[in-house]
Design a protein around this ligand. Structure first.
Ligand code: MN
Length: 290
């Protein structure tokens, strides 16, 4: 049982009320504007602007509704994140997902707000449930294509174009307009749009924030779905080449790279890795030493 008190302005309280419209309405206590009850949380908004969350679900509901850097969090909320940009082997995967208020109970049950702490095994259980319920769009940039594109684009330019594409696809899939769009920030806003200046269609009015996967459910969900597909891609590559590709970009990856080249060839390496990573030079050096 826990209690959270958050101060909100009138507009935010109204937005909260709308968001909680499926909750049971209680008799309004003295000095309160309204009180509603979900299965595990009682939420009371006072005329003073104080909003009290009480019960098992208080952490979740306060977290999900809390006013963060973005002053008006409302659902539906669209968010995007990418996976694989720090991994030598395997593709870059970008996902954009939309969370609607009807999804909040499921996301609470799945404890989605702690996305950083979710282990790979849990990702494999949770992601399919999210993919079943949420509208999302996914882009997988395979290594061969990535290496080709990287000749003319840096990593952040590639990311910007993928995020933009993912949001365009997501917008097409939704049958409503969602104007709360959040990116887990990887580059300054101005630079992001500069990377997109040649694109035919550009999604505007995006909110940029770092560590957004811990603050916004849509970004957390996008991150989980992207991670799921990255893990699948690594597994598929491992089956295809009968070779256990490690994640990350550390020394263990260099060693695996050497083993891989010995088993296949240096040319084949560019089909399974991000060739411009420093690992490639280290692998070359290790091969020459041998
Ligand atoms: Mn990210």
């Amino acid at each position: 049982m826990s209690t959270h008190t958050i101060t909100m302005n009138q507009k935010e309280i109204q937005a909260l009320k709308t968001k909680l419209k499926s909750a049971k309405v209680c008799k309004t206590p003295p000095y309160a504007l309204f009180q509603v009850k979900t299965e595990d949380c009682t939420i009371t908004a006072y005329a003073s602007g104080k909003v009290v969350f009480q019960g098992e679900g208080a952490d979740f509901y306060a977290g999900a509704t809390q006013v963060k850097s973005k002053s008006n969090i409302t659902y539906p909320e669209c968010g995007s994140d990418e996976v694989g940009t720090g991994d030598y082997f395997g593709p870059v995967v970008v996902c954009a997902a939309c969370v609607e208020s009807k999804h909040l109970p499921l996301l609470k049950e799945l404890k989605i707000q702690d996305s950083k702490q979710i282990q790979d095994e849990q990702i494999q259980q949770i992601a399919p449930l999210l993919m079943e319920q949420l509208t999302y769009s996914l882009l997988v940039l395979e290594n061969a294509k990535y290496n080709e594109v990287h000749l003319h684009n840096n990593m952040n330019a590639i990311k910007a174009k993928l995020h933009n594409q993912a949001f365009l696809h997501l917008k097409n899939k939704l049958d409503f307009v969602c104007d709360h769009i959040i990116i887990d920030q990887f580059t300054p806003e101005k630079t992001y749009y500069r990377y997109l200046k040649e694109e035919a269609d550009i999604v505007q009015s995006i909110h940029f924030e770092t560590k957004a996967e811990n603050k916004y459910l849509s970004v957390a969900c996008a991150s989980i779905i992207a991670r799921y597909h990255f893990l699948e891609a690594i597994e598929q590559l491992s089956t295809q080449y009968d070779f256990p590709f490690p994640k990350g970009a550390g020394a263990h990856v260099d060693e695996a790279g050497v083993d891989f080249v010995n088993q296949y060839s240096f040319d084949t390496l560019s089909k399974v890795c991000k060739f411009h990573f420093k690992n490639t030079d280290k692998i070359k050096a290790l091969l020459e030493m041998a």
